[in-house]
Ligand binder design. Structure first.
Ligand code: UD1
Ligand code: MG
Length: 455
């Protein structure tokens, strides 16, 4: 049966105390709704319809580029049944629909596929349920002789029904023909004055359909998020799952509770992450890469044997084999660091190529520059790449030696094997193998008396 996915996301999320709509709250750096959409995409659905409400424009704008995504406005929140009704005009008469919640981000595609597999024709519907030690607040699954009869909401439940521990997760799969038929007939004569989607279960039973249930592998799969505390709980669940996956792939993670990834990573063998590493975007770590404590790494390609020492921040960069970065290095976008390069503490690179074996071990800014093979950049070297309006390049050849505290005033070219004297302000090109000195000449003044403090 052709599959449509309907995601209910009209909730305001008052308890978030946030200007962001609830489904835009970030989990692992991306909106809750993005997680649900990614899951939906794995199910090979023909279309996904998001029912939006409060703050919907922000949500729509964020997902504007997504394929096969349709939107249905629920201007007033009159219940889950009413919400699905808002999607009906975009729903084909045939096929089946999976209803998901925009604030339940961690349901796995495997679980949902199992649920979907239970609905093979128009005579079946399937409910995702879970048994909870404390079912308070949830809709209860009422069974007779083992067969599901209906769902009763907490506020409508009798004392006896409140004892039921099997609850409705809200996630269900229904043939479209029935949604079209049943939803317009829902009544709101219940304790909350809402149109309950859950009332379709009793209708299905009345019409002789089979109501199947499936249960997720873990309770976090169906946990919803209403406030920042629940958000943080599921963030840690998600981070732990990711850490587990990386460890299964061979990474050593010294403390999975202090490991965060907001994106993806591919890894070679024996990659090591010390405590408090944060990965963002898409990263690759080659064999034997070591990442020290407190590093932040975003969208980087890191070759075999690289060591990134504590407190380094890297973004949009490539790091060559066996390079050593940090501690306290900042590798900014468009940095291409070659093999065996050493970048030490308080060195910043931006749009810079460091060829194989080059070194900048302490306190330097290398921006819009190229550093040739094996060249050594002394402590305190600054490429003066910006005149306040435009940026210029600094090109340094191979085997050059840039003396400490050199200012390289771009545009400037330093030839192969050239040397600059410490403290020089280099504004003219330096030919290969020359020494350039551009600094005040030292005078030694004999018998100099230091000023004395007045009594
Ligand atoms: C619902 C179920 C309950 C289930 C519980 C699981 C109904 C009547 N009850 O209850 O059986 O145990 O979820 O969490 O379905 N939403 C809209 N528009 C609306 C109302 C809700 O988009 O008019 C969205 C919300 O944003 C949320 C989801 O639907 O994502 C569930 O709504 P919520 O108000 O939390 O339903 P519950 O009363 O908790
Ligand atoms: Mg709820």
């Amino acid at each position: 049966m052709e599959l449509s996915v309907i995601i209910l996301a009209a909730g305001k999320g008052t308890r978030m105390k946030s200007v962001l709509p609830k489904v835009m709250q970030p989990l692992a750096g991306k909106p809750l709704l993005a997680h649900v959409l990614a899951t939906a995409q794995e199910l090979q659905s023909s279309r996904t319809i998001v029912v939006y409400g409060h703050g919907g424009e922000v949500v729509q704008k964020h997902f504007a580029n997504q394929d096969n995504l349709a939107w249905a406005l629920q201007a007033e929140q009159k219940g889950t049944g009413h919400a699905v009704q808002m999607a009906l005009s975009q729903l084909p008469e045939t096929g089946k629909s999976l209803i998901l919640y925009g604030d339940v981000p961690l349901t796995t595609p495997e679980t949902l596929q199992k649920l979907l597999d239970l609905v093979v024709d128009n005579q079946k519907i399937a409910l995702l349920t879970v048994n909870l030690a404390n079912p308070t607040g949830y809709g209860r699954i009422v069974r007779e002789a083992g067969l599901v009869q209906r769902i009763v909401e907490q506020k409508d439940a009798s004392e006896q029904e409140k004892q039921i521990t099997e609850v409705n997760t809200g996630i269900l799969c229904v043939p479209n023909c029935h949604l079209h038929q049943w939803l317009p007939t829902l009544k709101n004569n219940n304790a909350q004055g809402e149109y309950y989607l859950t009332d379709v279960i009793a209708l299905a039973v009345q019409q002789g359909l089979a109501v199947h249930t499936y249960q997720p592998q873990a309770a976090w799969e169906v946990e919803g998020i209403n406030d920042k505390l629940q958000l943080s709980t599921l963030e840690r669940v998600y981070q732990r799952l990711q850490a587990d996956n990386l460890m299964r792939a061979g990474a050593t993670i010294i403390d999975p509770a202090r490991f965060d990834m907001r994106g993806t990573a591919t890894i070679g063998m024996d990659v090591f992450f010390d405590a408090n590493v944060l990965l963002e975007g898409d990263n690759h770590f080659g064999n034997g890469v070591k990442v020290g404590t407190n590093c932040v790494i975003k969208n980087c390609k890191i070759a075999d044997g690289v060591e990134i020492r504590a407190n380094s921040v890297l973004e949009d960069a490539e790091i060559g084999q066996n390079a050593q970065i940090g501690p306290f290095a900042r590798i900014r976008p468009q940095s291409k660091i070659g093999a065996n390069v050493h970048i030490g503490n308080f060195v910043e690179t931006k749009n810079t190529i460091m060829a194989d074996g080059a070194k900048a071990n302490h306190l330097a800014y290398l921006g819009d520059s190229e550093v040739g093979e094996r060249s050594n950049i002394g402590a305190g070297t600054i490429t003066c790449n910006y005149d306040g309006a435009n940026k210029f390049k600094t090109i340094i050849g191979a085997d050059a030696f840039i003396g400490s505290n050199s200012s390289l005033i771009a545009p400037v070219v330093i030839g192969d094997g050239a040397t600059t004297g410490a403290g020089s302000a280099i504004s003219k090109d330096v030919p290969a193998n020359h020494l350039a000195v551009a600094r005040g000449i030292q005078r030694n003044i004999e018998g100099w008396n230091r000023p004395q403090k007045k009594k």
